[in-house]
Design a protein around this ligand. Structure first.
Ligand code: APR
Length: 238
């Protein structure tokens, strides 16, 4: 019997259980303390690279000791079990690969990769704190930047179209820990719905996607997703 094809979209909420701050929750949301337009844009980097690097270095220091939680582990198990599975993440914290996820598309980049603003230099770097700030390219001495997608920058087209393809082919879309307000990511799960697939949402609150969801599992995804996966495996005889 063919197993259902699954496509997953994750956001900051999947890492909340690992201690990584989310962006939009008023209480602890990262953005509530900073004006994103001041920090995560090419213009901000142009005008004050040191300030932007201080912001990312601070986030790296928060993230560097965070470990994957049970939701990350379940997604890695799905990847290892299901023949047709794609994980699309908006997160830059690196917790999905750390948990063992393989077939992963990174829509917004990776905070642990640093690249040159001029030449092709690119480096995996988990050094915290980074010194000196802003770091300069060892090849051409130009400014290095975090390999993340800033507000106003376009996503990598090949990654985005592969993500769109995965959701268009999926029988089931899982949307986990995202406020579903940032496009084009928030659009992706609707491709599954459009061709009659099911959309399951895992969040601590309802979102603009909830009305289109087959079901919304309210609660921390580190609890709700493992329960769903257990039921799914029983149902599929896995
Ligand atoms: N389990 C499930 N969901 C959770 C949990 C949890 N333990 N904790 C919080 N959430 C939910 C919140 O209810 C919220 O809907 O996770 C969501 C986090 O939303 P955001 O903070 O907006 O993060 P995200 O959706 O990933 O933001 C998208 O916006 O700022 C840009 O590039 C940035 O990738 C980011 C994008």
């Amino acid at each position: 019997m063919n197993l259902p094809r699954i496509a997953v979209l994750t956001g900051a909420g999947v890492s909340a259980g690992s201690g990584v701050p989310t962006f939009r929750e008023a209480a602890v949301g990262l953005w509530s303390q900073y004006d994103p337009q001041k920090l995560a844009t090419p213009e901000a980097f142009q005008s004050d690279p040191k300030l932007v690097w201080e912001f990312y270095d601070w986030r790296r220091q928060i993230m560097v000791d965070c470990q994957p939680n049970h939701a990350h582990d379940v997604l890695a198990a799905m990847d290892a079990t299901l023949p047709e599975f794609t994980l699309v993440t908006q997160n830059i914290d690196g917790l999905h690969p750390l948990a063992g996820s393989k077939r992963t598309l990174f829509l917004h980049g990776d905070i642990w990769t640093i690249r040159c603003t001029r030449c092709h230099y690119r480096q995996q770097n988990r050094q915290v704190p980074l010194q000196p700030l802003p770091p300069l390219c060892p090849e051409c001495a130009s400014l290095l930047r975090p390999d993340v997608v800033w507000f106003g920058e376009s996503l990598d087209w090949t990654i985005l179209s592969a993500a769109g393809e995965a959701f268009a082919q999926a029988d089931i879309a899982l949307v986990i820990g995202t406020s579903a307000v940032v496009y084009p990511a928030a659009q992706l799960p609707l491709y599954t719905r459009k061709h009659g697939g099911r959309l399951y949402e895992f969040n601590t609150e309802r979102t603009p996607l909830s009305d289109m969801a087959t079901a919304t599992f309210l609660g921390p995804s580190e609890d709700t997703l493992p329960n769903w996966w257990q039921d799914f495996r029983q149902e599929q005889g896995l």
